[in-house]
Design a binder for this molecule. Structure first.
Ligand SMILES: [Zn+2]
Ligand SMILES: [Zn+2]
Length: 585
């Protein structure tokens, strides 16, 4: 008897350990949805009466009678009671890492504060409640929405916060202001060389730092501090941002240019979204570093180019729930700080000349050489990665397309699904070449809603503003395109993007290039099936059809039936990913 005891104990331990290593949330589910409008987002059959979901996938879609005949006896019946069911939304271009880093920072945005006094009061209040010496990061500095907000000098920030390092982050995320203690703590002095002519520490005529930091390379020492500080609550805040996005109906999120890359973050993202648990992750979970597993948003990641060393081997790219897609490059910057690269100069407005000190005739510049861009496209394409390029200005877009065209000559790019991001000033005469090379656009459409008036009055003038964001050039031909909020620049809210694409008006009601308005149906496709196509997931996601994953949203109203203006006030009642509810009102 005794000689069997040891093997039995060993066996029991092995079983326990294996169970522990592979233990995961319950993926099983079996439900029939019926009783409300069901929009499939498939042109072939736009609506059905019912769908049957089992083990995360749609097993039947059609008339109620057909679906009821197909279901098993165990299936739960979910009566929509008149509510609308449709595919879950895609956040086609966001920055989960940045949104996480900025989560819980002091809000100084123009969305919250309409007067300069309000902004400075918010900073002063934060200083008052923060221990001496501790860093303070404030988010959303925006002289456009907060009328009359003047750029703060270093001395002014010192007067607000004499004993804390303070950094203000612009709403555009392309410029920053810091006080003396922040510069000192980050090791930046009057003598520190600028990283480049397009990313620098502004200095006055006597060579002293003014407080303004332009673009990412110069901000790097501050970003490192910010990251250290935020790593403490990184996991918790990542989850909070994901839940916030699920509340807006998002079932798939795309991080477009992961900046805070290290192996741990990629492992965390994999653990949060991945289809199945990894044994190693369950070991890490014992330490408390990873949270308990639960169903979560799908996550598709483009690494920013400087972290391309983290691109995995082909077999480790991920699964349908978490996947590394490729690389994002920045070819120009933002329209609001002079770093958008255009063929003609910025408007000679007071804002451009006096508030952000652009030299007359300034038209921005490329952040990298076209040859560098071409070489990068070649390199990543040969590794079968998708390439996405940030370009806003007409000149940036033309040069980026020129780089693609050169690669296309000897290594065709059709079918690669490379992308251009933002495309504020996409020139009409370059659309044909995008279509020819199969390069799809992701439009930063809510520039119209929030900054439409300002683009017209201060940045570009009426003629150029009335050419912006030609979305219908794609929608009319049913060519895939997506819309994005660029979270954290704007809150990720897909239905707000749909509304703007349909009505094309600013908050004040100014119409911006209204001939490029799209139908509600096409706009909804851009946040579902078209966005899925951009991720090469159109056979598995984006419509409600037999065999696809059951990624669903329940809405209180049918977007096809409300007035266009009311699209953004439709409420998301439930968000479901692979049959599992991730959020419910
Ligand atoms: Zn971008
Ligand atoms: Zn972005």
């Amino acid at each position: 008897m005794k000689k069997f005891a040891i093997p039995i104990v060993l066996l029991a331990i092995t079983v326990l350990v294996l169970h522990f290593l592979f233990v995961d949330y319950n993926h099983a589910n079996e439900t029939v949805y019926f009783g409300g409008p069901i929009l499939t987002m498939s042109d072939a059959q736009p609506t059905v009466e019912a769908i049957y979901v089992k083990n995360g996938k749609i097993l039947a879609a059609g008339t109620k009678a057909e679906v009821m005949a197909a279901k098993s006896r165990r299936a739960k019946l979910a009566d929509l009671q008149g509510k609308t069911l449709m595919p879950g939304f895609f956040d086609a271009h966001g920055h989960l890492d940045l949104a996480t880093a900025l989560y819980g920072m002091t809000d100084i945005s123009g969305f919250t504060h309409r007067t300069p006094e309000g902004v400075w009061k918010a900073v002063a209040q934060k200083v008052k409640t923060t221990p001496k010496g501790e860093w303070i990061f404030c988010l959303g500095y925006d002289p456009i929405l907060t009328k009359g907000l003047e750029p703060p000098s270093k001395a002014f920030l010192d007067s607000l916060a004499p004993e804390n390092p303070v950094v203000l982050i612009a709403q555009t995320l392309h410029s920053y202001y810091a006080n003396s203690m922040a510069f000192k703590s980050a090791g930046i002095t009057d003598q520190t060389p600028d990283p480049s002519s397009s990313s620098y520490y502004e200095r006055d005529s006597s060579g002293q730092l003014t407080g303004l930091i332009v673009e990412q390379a110069a901000f790097e020492p501050f970003r490192v501090v910010m990251q250290e500080k935020l790593m403490e609550s990184f996991v918790e805040n990542t989850q909070k941002v994901l839940v916030k996005n699920a509340q807006k109906g998002i079932t798939s999120t795309v991080t477009m240019g992961l900046m805070t890359v290290n192996r741990n973050i990629l492992m965390l993202y994999q653990d949060l979204s991945g289809e199945k648990v990894k044994p190693l992750h369950n070991l890490i979970r014992i330490t408390g570093a990873f949270p308990e597993r639960k169903p979560n948003l799908r996550h598709f990641v483009f690494l920013s180019e400087r972290f391309s060393g983290y691109l995995p081997k082909p077999k480790k790219r991920g699964d349908d729930f978490f996947r590394i897609m490729g690389v994002k490059l920045w070819y120009d910057g933002s329209p609001y700080i002079g770093s958008m690269y255009m063929s003609k100069p910025y408007l000679a407005s007071r804002y451009n000349l006096e508030a952000i000190h652009l030299p007359p005739g300034h038209r921005g510049e490329a952040l990298i050489q076209p040859e560098q861009l071409e070489a990068a496209i070649r390199k990543y394409q040969s590794g079968d990665w998708q390439v996405a390029i940030h370009c806003q200005g007409d000149r940036a877009i033309a040069e980026a397309l020129g780089a693609f065209a050169k690669v296309h000559q000897d290594a065709p790019i059709n079918g690669r699904r490379h992308r251009l991001e933002h495309l504020l000033m996409l020139p009409y005469d370059h659309i044909a070449s995008m279509q020819e090379m199969g390069i799809s656009p992701s439009f930063h459409i809510n520039h119209i809603l929030y900054y439409g008036d300002f683009l017209q009055s201060d940045i570009l003038g009426p003629e150029r503003t009335q050419q912006l964001l030609p979305v219908n050039q794609f929608a009319a031909k049913q060519m895939p395109f997506s819309l994005h909020a660029d979270q954290p620049m704007y809150e990720a809210d897909p239905l707000s993007l749909v509304r703007t694409a349909v009505i094309r008006q600013s908050e004040s009601g100014l119409a911006i290039n209204p001939t490029e308005a799209v139908s509600v149906w096409e706009a909804l496709k851009s946040i579902t099936i078209y966005a899925a196509w951009q991720l090469k997931m159109e056979s598995k996601l984006g419509t409600l059809e037999k065999g696809k994953y059951a990624d669903l949203v329940v809405l209180d109203k049918n977007p096809l039936e409300v007035p266009a203006r009311a699209l953004a006030s439709i409420k998301v009642l439930e968000t479901i990913i692979a049959g599992n509810t991730v959020w419910k009102k």
